[in-house]
Design a protein around this ligand. Structure first.
Ligand SMILES: [Zn+2]
Length: 279
């Protein structure tokens, strides 16, 4: 289990090792053990000076840091190790290590990008959790998590609405969109569905969430019931959209993505419903 830690109090005292190490060698790229069986986070006994203690995973302190000051140094890839972007790590690292790597990447990026006040431009400092506070004007901010909805629209008769974007190849997925300020998650589902395909939906039922560190989304999944309208894709958002029966689906997103997990759970329910009907 991962237990978060926060940098409350100065000077920061690191726990003693051994550690799980998360060295980022370029923005978003992590150095990991890698072999034909998969990838795993590094273990080590020494803590670099610039390490952030972000929490413990099964009791092991996790340290995130930049491996080298020059973010574009291509030479850092020792024997048995590989530098991989987070997307490449999804599905290769164990689930909890993936979560920790995604969290670490956001804190590393936050530390780099929040050094100056977005209001007055003055230098910021940390004094509460992961905040960065401006000494000059008092503006205080925290690492962001940006909500976005995943919208599985079905018609109640075994069909699901899937769309395709430029550059996805043969892959289709459910609709998605960022939540606007002042908008509920359910209203976002309704607005996005109208904007993207001109379909009106009724009931929206929450069906899970997933942190998505590209760069700092929180994906929130909903199962939504079709109400009215014909599919008319917005060409600025989608290259194609259509209804697909659950027994005849196109290429779908990879299994680690919440969008695929929502689809898989919905398919399982269709099969259950069909079996119940046959009994
Ligand atoms: Zn300021």
């Amino acid at each position: 289990m991962f237990v978060r830690a926060y940098p409350a109090g100065k000077p920061l005292v690191l726990p003693t090792g051994p550690y799980l190490l998360l060295p980022f060698v370029a923005d978003g790229e992590l150095l990991v053990h890698h072999n034909r069986h998969g990838a795993s986070l590094l273990r080590g006994d020494s803590a670099p000076d610039n390490a952030l203690f972000i929490g413990t995973l099964d009791g092991l302190p996790c340290l995130a840091y930049f491996q080298v000051p020059a973010a574009d140094d291509d030479a850092v890839e020792p024997e048995g190790l590989r530098r991989l972007g987070l997307r490449a790590l999804f599905g290769h690292l164990a689930d909890e290590e993936t979560t920790v790597a995604g969290y670490a990447s956001q804190l590393i990026r936050w530390q780099k990008n929040a050094r100056f006040c977005p209001s007055c431009g003055g230098p910021t400092h940390n004094d509460d959790g992961w905040n960065q506070k401006c000494a000059a004007c008092g503006f205080n901010h925290y690492p962001p998590a940006t909500p976005a909805v995943l919208i599985l629209v079905h018609d109640g008769a075994g069909n699901i609405l899937l769309g395709q974007k430029e550059g996805w190849g043969k892959r289709y997925s459910i609709l998605a969109g960022f939540v606007e300020p002042g908008e509920s998650l359910e209203d976002c589902c309704r607005r996005e569905t109208i904007e993207e395909v001109q379909i009106t939906i009724g009931e929206c039922v929450y069906d899970g969430s997933q942190p998505w560190p590209f760069p700092h989304q929180l994906m929130v999944g909903f199962i939504c019931r079709y109400e009215s309208g014909q599919i008319v894709p917005d060409p600025t958002e989608l290259s194609h959209a259509a209804w697909f029966h659950h027994t005849s689906l196109p290429e779908l997103p990879p299994s680690y993505a919440l969008s695929r997990q929502l689809i898989d759970r919905w398919i399982a329910k269709q099969a259950e419903r069909r079996n119940a009907t046959l009994l």
